[in-house]
Design a protein around this ligand. Structure first.
Ligand SMILES: Nc1ncnc2c1ncn2[C@@H]1O[C@H](COP(=O)(O)OP(=O)(O)OP(=O)(O)O)[C@@H](O)[C@H]1O
Ligand SMILES: [Mg+2]
Length: 393
């Protein structure tokens, strides 16, 4: 059964063959930017790539950089992870990372290496990077690059780390990182995150610092994959199978078949079945969807989509975004002109460019899609939830 919450790893990881194949092939030449909204399975894909690449004997550094707030911390965490890879040193011709650290902190030799605990090591590295982090990191990565081995870095939640940095630090870091990608051609980077990188970069010098990345968009599962997952659950749980019921469950989830939504729907059905002992039939499925999943008990699954507007959107935009989403949730094909009226009303601004930026953020964050000047929710299930709790007419 698919897990709910943490990334899908090992046997729980379903499908994504095309994405994995495409990314592995692209990595020959390119660095990768994984683009997808919250809960589409980015981390699961990155973890799968980590397994595939390291299975082939490569050095792969996986780092969740969500709590990183400065270039120095970013680099320190990267060095800490490299440090874990000592066992690869012989195989890859990769020199002992502690020697590399001398580039960062010249008095490093004074410390008894075996006695260096992780936390202390981290402090030493970070202190060493306090001054001249650019030069020090350049020489460090130059050495890493000179091993002539391909070394992969996977940075999850990269946009959050950039957002956490002071804008001037973020700018310096991004331009250093871009130069690194151009000069250290044995290194490959896969970055991804749940926040639209475009919006984050708008405040720190624009997207030209990342326009060399190959963007791979992660979509929901195809319908036949979603059907297959549901069929498997029927089989595993020993429920009486009919194509009608399987299709009904998949229809409740609706397009796009977001992995996380597939998994919460199935878990809710399993729970309902255990609690009531009733057969999994049309009634039970309707009940689970309307009362359980869209009920207050499951609010925590969807609430983050609402709350993150306040965290990641410009203060002035939050009210306008909520008004536009509220109205789009109660109708089909909400006209862009009406959305602009709502924007003007909520912000008191007539700045049409700013309004279009907001719509494009809502599109990039996969709340909305726009076709022929009409707005619709991107996900059927999120729309159903939004209408109940935040819908406005
Ligand atoms: N390939 C997959 N196979 C099975 N389940 C998956 C897969 N991808 C995602 N899921 C389901 O979706 C949930 C979210 O996956 P994951 O954490 O990888 O997404 P994410 O995009 O990194 O999320 P976040 O935006 O919160 O970082 C998982 O808990 C799992 O239930
Ligand atoms: Mg993730």
């Amino acid at each position: 059964m698919m897990p709910v919450g943490s990334p899908a790893i090992g046997e729980d990881f379903i499908d994504r063959e095309q994405e994995i194949k495409q990314i592995l092939k692209s990595l020959d030449k390119d660095n990768i930017l994984l683009s997808a909204p919250r809960r589409f399975g980015k981390t699961s894909i990155m973890r799968k790539l980590e397994r595939e690449l390291s299975g082939n004997g490569n050095v792969v550094i996986f780092l969740d950089v969500e709590s990183v707030y400065s270039p120095q911390r970013f680099l320190t965490e990267t060095i800490m992870e490299l440090n874990e890879y000592e066992e690869f040193s012989e195989k890859s011709g990769f020199r002992n990372i502690r020697n590399l650290v001398k580039n960062v902190q010249s008095n490093f030799e004074e410390i008894e290496v075996p006695a260096v605990f992780k936390a202390k090591f981290r402090n030493i590295v970070e202190e060493g990077l306090e001054e001249n982090w650019i030069e020090k990191s350049d020489s460090l990565f130059k050495i890493i690059n000179s091993t002539n081995e391909r070394i992969y870095f996977i940075f999850d939640e990269f946009p959050i780390a950039i957002k956490n940095m002071q804008p001037s630090d973020a700018e310096k870091f991004l331009s250093w990182f871009r130069k690194l990608r151009q000069t250290c051609t044995n290194l490959r980077f896969i970055v991804g995150g749940s926040v639209s990188i475009e919006r984050v970069l708008r405040n720190v010098g624009g997207t030209n610092v990342i326009n060399d990345f190959k963007v791979i968009r992660v979509n929901g599962f195809e319908r036949d994959v979603a059907l297959h997952i549901v069929e498997n659950v029927f089989e595993d749980e020993g429920w009486e199978y009919t194509p009608f019921l399987v299709n009904k469950i998949v229809d409740c989830i609706g397009e796009p078949y977001i992995p996380y939504f597939v998994s919460i729907m199935l878990s809710a059905i399993i729970e309902e079945k255990i609690n009531t002992g009733k057969a999994v039939d049309e009634n039970l499925i309707d009940n689970v969807y309307n009362s359980r999943l869209l009920g207050s008990g499951c609010k925590h699954y969807f609430d983050p989509y609402y709350k993150r507007l306040k965290v990641y959107y410009h203060e002035m935009d939050v009210k306008a975004a909520k008004a536009i989403l509220g109205r789009t949730s109660t109708t089909d094909n909400y006209p862009l002109e009406l959305a602009y009226n709502a924007f003007q009303q909520e912000t008191g601004s007539n700045d049409y460019e700013h309004f279009l930026d907001l719509i494009s953020d809502l599109e990039n964050d996969f709340y909305l899609e726009i076709n022929d000047g009409k707005l619709n929710f991107y996900s059927k299930m999120l729309k159903d939830w939004w209408r109940i709790y935040h819908g406005t007419i």
